[in-house]
Design a protein around this ligand. Structure first.
Ligand SMILES: [Zn+2]
Length: 115
């Protein structure tokens, strides 16, 4: 089965748009598509904004909101991932800082009752 990268989004304004999410990590696409569906489509959003002057600032703001939402969605999904078994043996061989960070996150996820 091919990996789904084009998502048909039905925006809050009722319009549909195909979004290519291939530049997103595979495990983040569903959450991001869900967030997109809560937004107006680009045309409606632009029409609502109006005025070229604010356009760039508004776009940047929207872009930041998008990335924040994406990151939130991913965190949410990650929290709900109870077991990452393939990381357990790897933890013994942790060498670089990134792996340490991941291992710490896993430890938090796997020991929810520890206070
Ligand atoms: Zn629309």
């Amino acid at each position: 089965m091919a990996v789904k990268t084009i998502w048909q989004i039905t925006h809050s304004c009722g319009h549909q748009a195909a979004r290519d999410l291939s530049d997103r990590a595979a495990d983040r696409r569903a959450g991001f598509a869900e967030w997109l569906a809560k937004q107006e489509c680009t045309a409606c959003w632009r029409a609502a904004k109006g005025g070229d002057e604010e356009d760039k600032a508004a776009w940047l703001e929207a872009k930041r909101a998008e990335e924040q939402a994406e990151s939130d969605a991913w965190s949410e999904q990650y929290r709900n991932t109870v077991v990452l078994p393939y990381l357990a043996p790897a933890a013994q061989a942790v060498r670089d800082a990134e792996c340490v960070a991941v291992a710490v996150d896993v430890a938090i996820v796997r020991t929810p009752n520890t206070k």
